[in-house]
Design a protein around this ligand. Structure first.
Ligand code: CO
Ligand code: CO
Length: 353
């Protein structure tokens, strides 16, 4: 066992976790070339890829729909077991963000040759333990040889077709709640470059390997208007997807954003992942900052998150009950961060102040 722990997984790849995502600008250029009309016409398609939702949803019976999603990435931590657990937690999160229940999972593995097999066994065990905790069943997977190690999971979940929580659905008068603190992109970049040690990474590790299961159960029990999880596109990016799909504007109080310890200081030292710059250049045109907003605060809202929290749009009158239920289920870092307004300027989707 001791030998394995000497492998530093984060040093094997150039980018970490969701920060390794093909940028939002790149992706929309690719999609522009595709002809998807026939797909959109399928009457059983509830959520497809055109609204940038967390997962696809397809009705297979009047009262039963499948939720399907896939996510995999390069190591964000050195410990193989923890990397596997985080990757699976992140993948499962897209089912939770739709309000669904995970059912089955398939592993996706890109493994380099020449590594101790026990390292890979630990990655897969970390993933399996989270899949089990989610109540889902691992059916198998696929492995290819790749110089850069990658791991992730394709997850299938289920939901009643009328209970689907998509990006669309947020309404003026809603309150916005975020269930995990921000900063995993900055923290993992700092760790990779040696600016913080394993101890400085601990809060992020705990957060990234916590399932959004409890938060998802609460939102189904209380009833909310829209939900997404905050991952690679950062808080501002996922907020834009939600605001544009719902045709609303979001007003966010920067002072209310939950942040991991040490993150503002690391940003000030220039610790911003490449994905943070890519998110900013793509989403900035739809965002306004009002008042005295620091560069650190700006970088934070574009920071790519790995296995981030749920962003929930809940009717104002239910927000107190939602907060209470989250506390009771031990979702302790949730925060009311802003509100939903009518959108009266064509290109203004989010105001941070
Ligand atoms: Co998502
Ligand atoms: Co994803």
């Amino acid at each position: 066992m001791g030998e394995n722990n000497k492998v530093r997984l984060t040093q094997l790849s150039s980018k970490a976790g969701c920060a390794a995502k093909f940028g939002p600008g790149n992706l929309s250029k690719v999609m522009a070339y595709m002809n998807v009309q026939e797909q959109k016409d399928d009457p059983n398609l509830i959520v497809g890829f055109s609204t940038c939702d967390d997962a696809g949803v397809y009705r297979i019976a009047p009262d039963y729909a499948l939720i399907q999603t896939v996510d995999f990435f390069t190591p964000i931590v050195d410990d193989p077991y923890t990397f596997g657990a985080i990757a699976a937690t992140n993948a499962l999160s897209d089912v939770y963000a739709m309000g669904g229940t995970p059912l089955t999972a398939l592993n996706i593995c890109c493994f380099s040759t020449g590594m101790d097999p026990e390292v890979y066994a630990q990655i897969l065990q970390g993933g399996l333990d989270k899949i089990t905790e989610a109540g889902a069943v691992l059916l198998g997977g696929h492995t290819v040889t790749d110089n850069e190690v990658k791991y992730g999971v394709s997850v299938t979940g289920y939901i009643h077709p009328e209970k689907v929580l998509a990006n669309r659905g947020a309404k003026p008068g809603d309150v916005l709640i975020l269930t995990k603190p921000l900063g995993t992109g900055v923290i993992s970049t700092a760790f990779k470059s040696g600016m913080i040690d394993e101890e400085g990474m601990q809060e992020a590790i705990t957060s990234m390997s916590t399932l959004n299961k409890a938060a998802s159960e609460v939102i189904q029990q209380i009833g909310v208007n829209a939900c997404t999880d905050v991952t690679g596109f950062g808080l501002a990016g996922h907020m834009y997807e939600l605001a544009s799909a719902s045709n609303v504007k979001l007003k966010i109080k920067l002072s209310k954003l939950p942040v991991m310890q040490g993150v503002p200081e690391l940003i000030e030292k220039g610790c911003i992942p490449g994905g943070g710059y890519a998110n900013r250049s793509h989403y900035e045109k739809w965002v306004a900052f009002e008042g005295n907003v620091s560069e650190a605060e700006k970088a934070l809202v574009f920071d790519p998150q790995t296995s981030g929290g749920l962003l929930i749009s809940v009717p104002g009158e239910k927000s107190e009950a939602l907060g209470k239920a989250l506390s009771e289920k031990n979702v302790l870092r949730y925060e009311v961060i802003g509100e939903v307004l009518e959108r009266n300027e064509p290109d203004r989707y989010i105001t941070f102040l």
